[in-house]
Design a protein around this ligand. Structure first.
Ligand code: ZN
Length: 233
């Protein structure tokens, strides 16, 4: 079941206060129209009825897509992330989630709207999010080599309207480039690491850049992966 509440939003443009619906949880089987509304971000868009200016409202939510056995919790604070990860991984607390584990549910916890959208894009394209994180590390390394002046890089996976898979490279707040996913490099990663990693549904709920870095520091094939960097482009 989806769960929503009404909150009051003060328009940053004209200061008028108006109601806005916040979706605490989204269940796409009960409310199929929300599936697209999360992806096009209309659930996060507030249009002021007084001045007409649109503002993005960021809030955490539990996204549940039972048809594909996907559950993504967007934790808006580090405290909430810790609490949810504890509920999922502590054997004394995770009893209510066991039916989901037994059903091979794909459960992830993310910390930003971009990460939520990225996970959805990955699962929509039937990709393993762990391979995409490894892919992004390679991409980052290659990009830094060419642009040593780069600051804080963020790389996001997305699907275009035409169904192409791409990565967006962001330095700070500025988009530095858009690179198409090279399918053969993705499958190279999958062949190299897939068996060792095991099932996606058995993975820890947080799969991000730090996860990939930790994985590689303990992975015997790390050097091999570096040697295949030239396959990315
Ligand atoms: Zn306004």
């Amino acid at each position: 079941m989806s769960n929503k509440k009404e909150v009051k939003i003060t328009c940053p443009h004209c200061d008028a206060v108006s109601p806005f619906t916040v979706w605490l949880s989204v269940n796409t089987r009960d409310d199929p129209e929300l599936k697209q509304a999360v992806r096009d971000q209309s659930l996060f868009r507030f249009t002021c009825p007084y001045c007409g200016v649109t503002t993005m409202i960021d809030y955490g939510m539990l996204y549940h897509q039972p048809e594909e056995k996907v559950m993504i919790h967007y934790a808006i604070t580090p405290e909430n992330e810790k609490e949810v990860v504890g509920m999922l991984t502590d054997p004394e607390k995770n009893v209510p989630f066991r039916p989901l584990f037994e059903n091979n549910y794909l459960i992830r916890v993310v910390r930003s709207r971009n990460q939520l959208l990225e996970k959805l894009a990955e699962f929509d394209a039937n990709f393993d999010d762990r391979m995409i994180e490894l892919y992004k590390l390679s991409l980052e390394e290659a990009f830094r080599k060419e642009h040593p002046e780069s600051g804080d890089l963020q790389i996001l996976f997305f699907n275009t309207e035409n169904g192409e898979q791409m990565f967006q490279i962001i330095d700070g707040t500025e988009t530095k480039g858009v690179v198409p996913l090279n399918t053969s490099f993705y499958y190279t990663l999958l062949q190299r690491h897939g068996i060792e990693m095991g099932e996606m549904s058995k993975e820890t709920p947080i799969v991000n850049g730090d996860w990939a870095r930790t994985f590689l520091t303990t992975d015997p094939f790390r050097k091999d992966m570096r040697n295949t960097e030239d396959q990315i482009n």
